[in-house]
Design a protein around this ligand. Structure first.
Ligand code: HEC
Length: 189
């Protein structure tokens, strides 16, 4: 649990550094088309596993282990603070753009990641069978928001609230460097 927390803090720092530019609609569109037509392989590879309730449930378990930190428990970014500030933003996995991928392409994306962007490659971390189960879960995502906010961000959000009320108490002029970054502050907790 502690390791996960540290990992998430690291991620937040990482993403804070790269939310400089928002891509325009055209740029996003081109990137999507490139992903679909050129870069993403696996188009003709069918999912070897049946979409049984069991496989979907297992896929969900793997998803909540590896993916929720960026995609939310529901795959639709619920409660993920940086998702929409990324460039490109993290798409809802329920969106048409994502659902338009074939099963084999989704598996390929999970396996290889999307480069350059924040989507990591899972080859060697998640095995083949697990990836195919995750793909089944992606086809059966729960309604947006229905699973709540990932636990790590609940804490994060509570800390932010706490800090905000403290900050409103005192600061008017320039604050010492250490106090300007909420993230630095939350590290000390
Ligand atoms: C470190 C954050 C992070 C983690 C962890 C992560 N992803 Fe992603 N994912 C992203 C980002 C950012 C994108 C958008 C990339 C893009 O559009 O170029 C993305 C995109 C995707 C897409 C394609 C959507 C698109 O943009 O076309 C799929 C499918 C996906 N992720 C599935 C997963 C699965 C399954 C896992 C867990 C095994 C996972 N992701 C873990 C950050 C993450």
């Amino acid at each position: 649990m502690r390791a996960i927390k540290l990992f998430s803090v690291g991620l937040l720092l990482f993403f804070a550094g790269c939310k400089v530019s928002q891509p325009g609609g055209i740029e996003t569109k081109i990137a999507t088309q490139m992903k679909q037509k050129i870069t993403v392989g696996g188009k003709d590879v069918p999912n070897p596993l049946p979409a049984t309730p069991e496989n979907i449930r297992e896929g969900q378990e793997h998803f909540s282990h590896h993916c929720q930190v960026c995609h939310g428990l529901d795959g639709q970014n619920t409660g993920v603070p940086f998702a929409e500030h990324m460039s490109p933003p993290v798409l809802s996995l329920a969106s048409k753009d994502v659902q338009d991928f074939k099963d084999g392409q989704l598996k390929w994306i999970i396996e290889n990641g999307i480069n350059p962007s924040g989507m990591p490659a899972w080859m060697g971390i998640v095995d083949d069978q697990e990836m195919w189960k995750i793909v089944h879960f992606l086809r059966h995502l729960p309604p947006k928001g229905s699973l709540g906010v990932p636990a790590i961000y609940q804490e994060e959000a509570a800390e932010h609230e706490h800090m905000r009320s403290k900050e409103q108490g005192g600061k008017s002029g320039a604050a010492p460097a250490g106090e300007q970054s909420p993230r630095q502050h939350s590290h000390a907790h």
